[in-house]
Structure formats: structure tokens, C-alpha cells
Ligand binder design. Structure first.
Ligand SMILES: [Zn+2]
Ligand SMILES: [Zn+2]
Length: 274
């Protein structure tokens, strides 16, 4: 339930299909889900290929050994014999995190990467830190996973049995933006296929309604008082009215993402973070 209608407050374009994320309001917490801000990015993608890179990254973080292959060269069982593996034609790119997989893909000459933003929660209302990485896929690739086994416990050295367990769709060459959120460990949230990457990418993201999550508006449904706060601050100042200022630290009457009005007491105050 949003007590503030977002339309008049942020001048939403009527044609837009996106809505800004709902804030999460409780005692000691005034945030928006960082993952939902990444969703704003993927919803504004220029093409649908982000899904391919997303699935390939998840694939590469799977259980089996993962190799990058050229989509136009056929590979068979023998190519993955452990004693004859050629790192230059069949680079191993599987790893435990997006970051580690990307650096393996980069080492294999398949991608270049650039950090667009790496933000903590200190100057905004995000629930978690977030990272956006621009990736340029230099040539298309697919991934193949292989499970290696040893037929006997006493066998030393190379595995003597292996099978191809899966194959990903082709990841087309082009530019992508990868969004992750977390604290110490980051989760892959989404990947957007974009027409290009430049210094403007950062501003493009911040122009997405709701992405910056650094402004907060509060409004009462009863007395009509309006307040605003900036950059993650909990100090609310009157916004074009003469209501008194207040701090979210002192907020009371939490109920369904609203608080009791500090001005008229009987009204409910809703929030919008954008
Ligand atoms: Zn009020
Ligand atoms: Zn700031």
C-alpha cells in the first residue's frame, strides 16, 4: 500500500512500464531492496541478450568443470581428455563467483570488463551494497560442462572417465551490464544487454527513475505535510510546507511501511525512495 501516489511527486512518464521499488519501512530500517534497483536496469536493456550472459555465468558457477568453446567449432568427448587439455583452445572458466568467472573469461581473451559502480549503503537508502560491471564480449562463446571421475580410488593422476554434462546457449558478442548486490558475498541479480558502454553508462543508470535510491520523500495522507531527506539521511525537512522537521530515529506507530504523522499525529506518513 503506497500512501503517496508516485505520479505527481516524481513526474513519472505515462508511457513508462516500470515503477520505482517500494520502500521497506520498519523501526531502524528505511531502505529499498538493492536487487529491485538492479531490476530497473535489466528492464531498460537495449536487447534481450543479457539473459544469455546471465545464464552462462550461473552455468559457470555450477558443480562440474566448465569450458568456454567457440560456438562454430564442434567439440566431442575426446577433446576433454584430461591429459590432453589445451587451455588456449578450451579455456576452463568455471569458478565460485561472478568476479572470478569474469576474470577467467578475461584471461581467455573472450571479454573485457570495467567497474561502472561499486556502492556501499552509506550515502543512499539501499538495503545492500551493489556493483555494476560493464562487460564487452569480444567474440561469441558457449560453455560446456564436463564431469570427471576416477574409476578406482587407487587411481592416481588424471581422471580416467569423463562425460559432457551440459552445454549453454551461445553468448553473443556485444556489451552487457552485470548487476550484483551483497555485503561480503555478492549475488548475481541481473544482466542487461546494452548497445554500448562508455563513461555515459553511469549517468544512464542514474537517470533510471528509482535507481539512485538517494532521495526520500515522506507525506501525510491526512494533514498533507510533506518532507524530504537526502543521501541516506534520516533527517526529514519540510518540503514546500511549514511542517516541523523530524528524524526517522524518533518515528513511531509503524504499520505497513507507514509511520504515525509527526505533525498531526492522527495521519499516516508514507515514503518514496528514488
Ligand atoms: Zn499529518
Ligand atoms: Zn550524496
Amino acid at each position: 500500500m503506497a500512501l503517496i501516489n508516485p505520479t505527481p511527486l516524481i513526474g513519472f512518464k505515462g508511457s513508462s512500464v516500470m515503477t520505482i521499488p517500494e520502500p521497506c519501512v520498519s523501526q531502524y530500517s528505511l531502505t529499498v531492496d538493492a536487487a529491485e534497483t538492479i531490476d530497473l536496469m535489466t528492464a531498460s536493456a537495449d536487447n534481450p541478450w543479457g539473459r544469455r550472459l546471465h545464464d552462462a555465468l550461473v552455468f559457470a558457477m555450477g558443480r562440474d568443470e566448465t569450458f568456454a568453446v567457440s560456438p562454430y567449432v564442434s567439440v566431442n568427448h575426446e577433446d576433454f581428455a584430461p591429459q590432453g587439455l589445451d587451455e588456449s583452445s578450451l579455456p576452463e572458466v568455471g569458478d565460485r563467483s561472478v568476479d572470478a568467472v569474469l576474470s577467467r573469461l578475461e584471461k581467455a581473451g573472450l571479454v573485457t570488463t570495467r567497474t561502472v559502480l561499486h556502492e556501499s549503503t552509506s550515502e543512499n537508502y539501499l538495503s545492500d551494497n551493489r556493483i555494476v560491471t560493464a562487460v564487452r564480449v569480444l567474440r561469441p562463446f558457449a560453455l560446456v560442462s564436463v564431469a570427471y571421475r576416477w574409476s578406482s580410488r587407487s587411481l592416481l593422476g588424471y581422471a580416467d572417465q569423463w562425460e559432457i554434462t551440459d552445454r549453454s546457449y551461445i553468448v553473443p558478442a556485444g556489451c552487457y551490464l552485470i548487476g550484483e548486490v551483497g555485503e561480503l558475498v555478492y549475488d548475481l541479480v541481473g544482466v542487461a544487454g546494452v548497445a554500448g558502454d562508455s563513461d555515459d553508462t553511469f549517468y544512464w543508470l542514474y537517470d533510471l527513475e528509482g535507481f539512485s535510491a538517494s532521495h526520500c520523500l515522506a507525506g501525510c495522507d491526512s494533514c498533507g505535510a510533506r518532507w524530504s531527506a537526502e543521501c541516506g539521511s534520516w533527517c526529514f525537512e519540510a518540503d514546500a510546507c511549514d511542517a516541523r522537521s523530524w528524524s526517522f530515529d524518533d518515528a513511531e506507530g509503524f504499520e505497513g511501511n507507514t509511520i504515525g504523522c509527526p505533525q498531526c499525529v492522527s495521519g499516516r506518513v508514507g515514503f518514496m525512495i528514488f
